[in-house]
Design a protein around this ligand. Structure first.
Ligand SMILES: Nc1nc2c(c(=O)[nH]1)N[C@H]1C(S)=C(S)[C@@H](COP(=O)(O)O)O[C@H]1N2
Ligand SMILES: [Mo]
Length: 332
């Protein structure tokens, strides 16, 4: 995600939201971080992950989170699951640092109890929901989703949760609500990454209301039959399987229903590189690398042939209708 030069190699802040001081620091930070290059740098980290993993303290067995297998079309696959060790040891969670091993190493200090989320904005029933109540709001399902990072790697993860639409129904969005904003935790005490200006904190993501209401959009509390490890976004996060991974915000604290398309963190940081929709699309390249292929973490070696990236990450039959009539090269 990091390299931030535009097509011509220079940084052109386009968004008026960015202060000039912010741009300056962010640019320096990004140049420093990504001195080496684009997506390849991320994969190289994976190739050397053993070295990193050996330094990271491993959390013990986490609390079981039982769930029934989901009957939802698209929510299962015969593909091999990614090893738990990779899914919980190779992470993007910039609040804890930009290295893939940082979240596993530093997120253990994240206080996740008590936890609540506030639901605000254009809804008839705004309010605060305690984690304990959210856990009981709807039956837990296991959903096996492909997860495709914009950097060109992917995993297959058995998540546990229920459709976000269950919560949305309860709060009764008003007719004027068109988008949903997700605000995630920004806690200076436990998150060393917040001292970096690589993104504006808190990490902010968003979906169109109909995307948020789509049954595949998962309010996620667990993975591999256990509660979420902190590095994967405990105690609750979003998983939107047909979009690049950065759309799936971790450790959510606020859900806001709004009329206008939210200014999300990655779009604000690099508008020429990241779009609001960010649907997985092998035909629309990132400005600095192709999105036609990907490597499955744990299976596809760094130097072998890549596997083909699928339209909407393979969920086209389920979500294609959401974008009928839209020019996906324009709304990327
Ligand atoms: N709050 C927050 N959420 C985040 C991120 C982040 O840096 N901060 N990174 C995103 C990115 S780029 C990816 S690929 C996924 C990774 O999720 P995983 O580590 O559970 O595989 O989380 C997303 N959610
Ligand atoms: Mo990502």
């Amino acid at each position: 995600m990091l390299v931030k030069s535009s097509r011509d190699g220079f940084f052109h802040p386009a968004s008026s939201d960015i202060t000039s001081a912010g741009v300056y620091h962010r640019r320096r930070e990004l140049l420093r971080l990504m001195a080496g290059g684009a997506a390849g740098a991320a994969l190289a980290t994976w190739a050397s992950r053993e070295a990193h993993a050996s330094q990271a303290p491993r959390p013990g067995k986490l609390a079981a989170l039982p769930a029934r297998a989901s009957a939802l079309p698209g929510a299962s696959t015969v593909e091999k699951l990614t090893d738990y060790k990779d899914a919980s040891g190779y992470n993007n969670f910039y609040e804890f640092g930009v290295d893939k091993a940082d979240p596993a190493r530093y997120a253990q200090a994240l206080p996740t109890s008590p936890w609540s989320i506030s639901v605000e904005g254009l809804v008839r029933k705004p309010g605060t929901f305690a984690l304990e109540d959210l856990l009981k709001l709807a039956p837990m399902e296991e959903r096996i989703y492909r997860m495709r990072c914009v950097e060109g790697w992917s995993m297959v993860i058995p998540w546990v949760g229920y459709s976000l639409s269950e919560l949305i129904r309860k709060v009764e969005p008003l007719g004027s609500a068109k988008y949903v904003e997700f605000v995630t935790l920004a806690d200076r005490k436990s998150m060393p990454g917040l001292s970096s200006s690589v993104l504006d904190w808190p990490y902010l993501e968003g979906l169109r209301l109909d995307e948020a209401q789509h049954p595949l959009t998962l309010l996620t509390f667990g993975m591999y039959g256990e509660v979420l490890p902190k590095q994967n976004g405990a105690p609750l996060r979003l998983v939107v399987p047909w979009k690049y991974g950065f759309k799936s915000g971790k450790s959510v604290v606020k859900i806001r229903f709004v009329e206008k398309q939210p200014a999300t963190s990655w779009v604000v940081a690099a508008p020429q590189e990241y779009g609001f929709y960010s649907n997985v699309n092998p035909m629309v390249d990132h400005p600095r690398w192709s999105q036609a292929g990907e490597r499955r973490i744990g299976e596809d070696g760094l130097f072998g042939k890549k596997r083909k990236t699928l339209m909407f990450n393979g969920y086209e039959a389920q979500v294609g209708q959401l974008y009928a009539g839209m020019d996906l090269r324009k709304f990327w």
